[in-house]
Design a protein around this ligand. Sequence first.
Ligand code: GAL
Length: 332
Amino acid sequence: MTLIINTMNKFPLLFLLLVITTIAQSQTIRPGAIWPDNNSNHIQAHGGAIIQYHHQYYWYGETYDADTVHKSVNCYNSKDLIHWTYKGKVLTMSMPDTVLTQFKLERPKVFYNVRTRKFVLYMHLDGVAHGSDRDYSFASVGVALSNKPAGPFKFIRAFRPLGDESRDIGQFIDDDGTAYLIFEDRPSGGFHIARLSADYLDVQKEAAFIKQPMEGGAIVHYHGLYYVIGSHLTGWSPNPNQYATARSISGPWSIFKDIAPPQTNTYNSQSSFLLKIAGSKSTTVIFMADQWKPDSLWDSRYLWMPLRIGDGQLALPAPKPWAINLKTGVWK
Ligand code: GAL
């Protein structure tokens, strides 16, 4: 306080600069930084995704505590994508009796169904399954349901989509409202893009199977072209994430190319979701990724950056603080 008053009296210009910098920082998204919520706690919504509902954004993701237990889903909401209000743990799972040990819930994704007016939460459920001695052998998805965006969600069931093993999941809602689940299938050596049933409670039909072992899958439909992105299978360690394109969701899909200089390992991050902001002047696609810290998962950071995208090309610029005008869609 004394320092502030001294600075204010002796160096009014310096003080002004300090105030301007502080205001500017609070109006930007800062990739890789601690991201405080309305309670000043670092946001716990890892492996997450965002939906828009009633002029608010809702961000769902994995919750970690000091024991790196991840069995819960957190929800935050915001009007500007920068300041997030904690809405609480919207689902906490107990271990299904089909799992022996090491139970975990990862990469929650919420879909809003306009017909049923329900919020449908998909999650990756895993651990050591009965009859196996391997972690991640349960390889299933779980589904939960709520009437409100901030829950509480009621767990419905766990299953293997289309009968296949499913680990990392991603979500995609097309411009016509069709909802898809993306899921990685290790035995088949690739990932599926599968349409959800009309009520979203089931994974109904395969739209595409891409024979490329990738996880952290996400899709955006941008100017008539579909772009899929994902990471290689290196666990918590970052790797060069890649993208491919197609005119139709069912393909054919192009070959995969790096989204950033490969030596940066996607600026030390792993893909999670692509958020499209269609403004009056421009459409911006935001790459949402996790910078995992496996020994202190609660301290993992978020790398969000607008992509350079168009004409079949997609590139992740070097991360730096940025801001977007949500009305015009223009970022700087
Ligand atoms: C990553 C995956 C994460 C988590 C991790 C565990 O490949 O994307 O969600 O499952 O492996 O090692």
